[in-house]
Design a protein around this ligand. Structure first.
Ligand code: NAD
Ligand code: DAU
Length: 362
């Protein structure tokens, strides 16, 4: 689809929450380098363990005056309001969240605080802007729909049935966003997306964890039998879907986003082992990386299968994924192999010193 030939909604100053995380940083890079957007992006991020402002150091340098960073928490309503005012924001894209299911099982409180209370504070600040705000785009997950059996797909009409504290907190945030649309007329759009992969993902999630453990000859923990299924989408395809919805969808609409790319976890891990064997030096033992696979205790309440029917997004707005899993996985493995500095930085939290050096004076 040629996005440029269709009438599109435009913005001047976009506030991106969680822009130092995996998808948020890819989204900022995508919008500034691959779209016609000519305005300014303000990255509003609390820099939790999952946020790394250095992921956008190149963007900060390449787009002076068009990229700003605000180190603050979405739960701080006054700080949100100050940023919206200072930068004359006319659109908000809300990525900031606690995003890891395993952490939500051990520490659910953080998920309720950021994903529900934080989203509420952001919505209140957005509502206070009145007509100055053109759009509030909420980034959500397919996990709000619960779990599928062997067949069927999630779509925009699937009832909510979240299981983990993470997905329940995201479901709560989705309901709040729609409540602000229906009650106060807040101009919102929403997306519910499947599992993303690609560069800059924190190495606690399946794909980067397996790449780095395989590289370092560590065990590869596969939960249960490894037969749970996820629908994998390259992060840049997700970013393009969000931008497409922001610029072209009718206000109030929801779109499901997915890759039509279902895979069992054990098969994902097998592919990563093979790629690391091909692209990195062999293990000292000479054994293939697949010998490192260990079946470990299953995740509590582990959702069996996710799969998305994204035909509404394809039909209404002409979006379709540009990456296929074969090249997408290979590019991702190559990116992690070439990005040891970034990996060390996020694993050690060293980026916190970097942020103090680069932003303390602002
Ligand atoms: P991430 O964990 O990589 O990044 C989250 C970012 O939010 C970090 O930069 C962190 O510092 C920031 N943050 C956390 N709490 C904050 C707070 N209280 N105030 C301000 N900033 C805060 O997450 P991700 O994987 O990039 O996911 C981004 C969004 O996309 C989330 O809302 C998630 O639910 C959704 N999502 C993720 C996926 C996926 O596969 N990763 C799929 C669908 C939807
Ligand atoms: O579906 C969208 C969701 O995808 C997002 O909303 C979440 O933010 C994102 O984290 C992701 O959730 P998952 O739980 O599906 O992703 P994760 O990478 O944690 O796990 C993917 C699958 O791999 C899942 O079935 C659990 C399994 N797994 C995970 C890890 C970390 C393992 O078998 N071993 C592991 O070590």
């Amino acid at each position: 689809m040629d996005l440029k030939t269709q009438k599109m909604r435009t913005f001047n100053n976009i506030l991106v929450t969680g822009g130092a995380g995996f998808i948020g940083s890819n989204f900022i890079r995508y919008v500034l380098t691959k779209t016609d957007f000519a305005g300014r992006i303000v990255n509003y991020d609390a820099l939790t363990y999952a946020g790394n402002a250095e992921s956008l150091a190149d963007v900060a340098q390449a787009f002076p005056g068009r990229y700003e960073f605000v180190h603050a928490d979405i739960r701080d309503g006054a700080a949100v309001a100050a940023a919206l005012e200072k930068y004359s924001v006319d659109a908000i894209v809300h990525f900031a969240a606690e995003s890891h299911v395993d952490r939500s099982i051990t520490s659910p409180d953080d998920f309720v605080q950021t994903n529900i209370v934080g989203t509420f504070r952001l919505l209140e600040a957005a509502r206070a802007m009145g007509r100055k705000l053109a759009l509030f785009h909420h980034v959500s997950t397919d996990e709000v729909f619960g779990s599928l059996g062997e067949t069927g797909f999630f779509s925009e009409t699937t009832p909510y049935a979240p299981h983990s504290p993470y997905s329940a907190s995201k479901a709560g945030s989705d309901h709040l966003v729609r409540a602000f649309r229906d009650t106060y007329g807040l101009p919102v759009t929403l997306t519910n997306c499947s599992n993303n992969y690609g560069p800059y993902q924190f190495p606690e999630k399946l794909i980067p964890l397996m790449i780095l453990n395989a590289l370092e000859g560590k065990e590869l923990p596969v939960y249960g039998e490894g037969t749970n299924v996820r629908d994998w989408l390259h992060v840049e395809d997700h970013c393009e879907a969000i931008w497409t919805v922001m610029t072209k969808a009718a206000i109030g609409e929801t779109y499901c986003v997915g890759g039509r790319n279902e895979m069992r976890n054990i098969d994902v891990v097998g592919k990563i082992c093979a790629l690391v064997d091909t692209l990195a030096p062999p293990l000292a033992s000479g054994a293939p990386r697949s010998s490192l696979i260990r079946h470990v205790k299953d995740r509590l309440g582990h959702d069996r299968r996710y799969a998305i029917d994204c035909s509404k997004l394809e039909r209404d707005l002409g979006w379709k994924p540009a990456h296929d899993a074969k090249t997408g996985f290979e590019e991702t493995v190559k990116w992690y192999l070439a990005s040891s500095r970034w990996v060390d930085s996020v694993r050690t939290g060293a980026y916190r010193n970097w942020i103090e050096r680069n932003y303390a004076s602002r």
